[in-house]
Design a binder for this molecule. Structure first.
Ligand code: PMT
Length: 405
């Protein structure tokens, strides 16, 4: 959920203090929060503490001329990927269920085009009252998501359901809400590697390659869009992680292997990273200096682990393991040899020599690939990397449809 944003509506209740921790927990996971603090909410937490934790202006007033000129309430309602109401009071639930828009929070809830997640918190009798039951049922029918309330002792001394879910439970519900539901790969876990690895020589120098990560990021995006729970293990690149994808950043081949093994078991693994085959045998602790005699240091290399081959022979081997082959000559023959040697189910082979216009697949926008499966070889036309990704994911979806029927 890194890179996502949440609009947090803090209602009036003693549980409002937990929403401060929620902001911190979301920030730890790379989620940006903007907050609306209701008038009642401001009786329990101060706008200053919310602003300090979110690092953003806090919104409270529907009729503020300054706020409206900076960001109108409609824009505010659309500005995040998800709207979270915590604590969700009987008042806020009732207003949304009844279609009322009498303040900034209720207007925003009514105007938003994003999913809404509510974490109710109220006295047990209020929660069990027929009118709050009606509101909760209406909201659930309208597609509002709920987390909690939990059962326990309440601030008012009574016992029962009504305690707001704990911040980490709300974070888990936020994570769930970000997932694409109902796609053909819903319920599948996918692991994708992308980008180059950097192998340090000393604190300022490294060996790497020209991979931009574009092909791998597009594949992760397409898998997530098909509903797979997707983790992207990426070497250092300059592009943002696609939405719905969990990004794990690594530097070296050995880090990448460790990160991939930590993600097993997985149903699908697509290894599109350009992993350095070798690394300097020693990474010096301080910068290697020129000496007075201008002697050139000898660079000794040692072999890196092969991530694809390790996963191919792993006891938790992914159900469908797809490798890439970057070749400059005899593309198909070399790719088939890699498929066998690394025990991959499929190989996507691409010619990485520069094309007629001087553009290389590595770093470029387009790719022309051959898909080699256990039984067939297909050559696809030259296309944008996002299109290669979509087509590959269609084949993956088809494969699981056929093998599960
Ligand atoms: O990142 P882009 O700019 O979008 O470019 C895309 C790409 C050209 C990098 C991509 O399409 C591609 O071809 N990726 C594989 C690059 C590569 O390292 O190919 P290879 O033939 O050397 O390796 C074969 C397979 O083994 C690959 O799946 C690779 O990830 C894997 N490998 C290689 C070496 C190693 N030590 N461990 C590995 O897992």
């Amino acid at each position: 959920m890194r890179g996502k944003s949440v609009l947090l509506i803090i209602g009036g209740g003693i549980a409002a203090y937990k929403s401060l921790d929620l902001i911190r927990r979301l920030a730890e996971r790379g989620v940006k929060t903007r907050a609306i603090l209701t008038r009642a909410g401001a009786e329990f937490v101060t706008p200053l503490s919310v602003a300090a934790l979110t690092g953003e202006k806090v919104y409270s007033d529907l009729f503020s001329l300054t706020d409206e000129s900076e960001m109108g309430h409609i824009e505010l309602s659309r500005s995040a990927d998800l709207v979270v109401v915590a604590p969700a009071t009987a008042d806020l639930m009732g207003k949304l269920a009844g279609g009322l828009a009498s303040d900034l929070a209720s207007t925003t809830l009514l105007a938003t085009d994003k999913r809404i997640l509510m974490a109710p918190a109220m006295n047990v009798r209020m929660w069990q009252s027929p009118s709050v039951r009606r509101s909760a049922e209406t909201l659930a029918r309208d597609g509002v998501l709920f987390v909690g309330p939990n059962e326990g002792e309440m601030a008012c001394g009574e016992f029962g359901p009504g305690r707001m879910a704990e911040p980490l439970e709300i974070v888990a519900a936020v994570e769930q809400a970000f997932k694409v539901r109902g796609g053909p790969l819903d319920g599948f876990k996918a692991l994708v590697t992308a980008g180059p690895t950097q192998e340090p020589l000393d604190p300022v120098r490294f060996i790497a390659n020209r991979s931009s990560g574009k092909q791998g990021y597009a594949i992760a995006d397409a898998l997530a869009a098909a509903g797979a729970d997707t983790v992207l293990v990426s070497g250092p690149v300059d592009i943002a992680a696609p939405s719905h994808v969990r990004l794990v950043k690594v530097t070296t081949a050995r880090d990448m292997l460790a990160a991939c093994e930590a993600e097993l078991p997985a149903d699908i693994a697509v290894m599109s990273a350009a992993v350095a085959d070798w690394r300097p045998d020693i990474a010096a602790d301080s910068k290697i200096k020129k000496d007075a005699d201008h002697r050139i240091p000898a660079l000794r290399l040692v072999e890196n682990p092969d991530i694809l081959a390790t996963l191919g022979h792993h006891k938790k081997r992914p159900r469908l393991l797809v490798g890439f082959a970057a070749e400059t000559d005899d593309v198909l023959a070399h790719a088939v040899a890699k498929q066998k040697r690394k025990n991959a189910d499929w190989i996507v082979a691409n010619d990485v020599s520069a094309n007629g216009s001087g553009e290389s697949v590595m770093g470029g926008e387009r790719n022309q690939v051959h898909l080699i499966t256990a039984t067939a070889q297909e050559s696809w036309p030259d296309m944008k990397k996002a299109e290669v990704a979509r087509r590959l994911v269609q084949h993956i979806t088809q494969h699981f449809r056929e093998t599960s029927s």
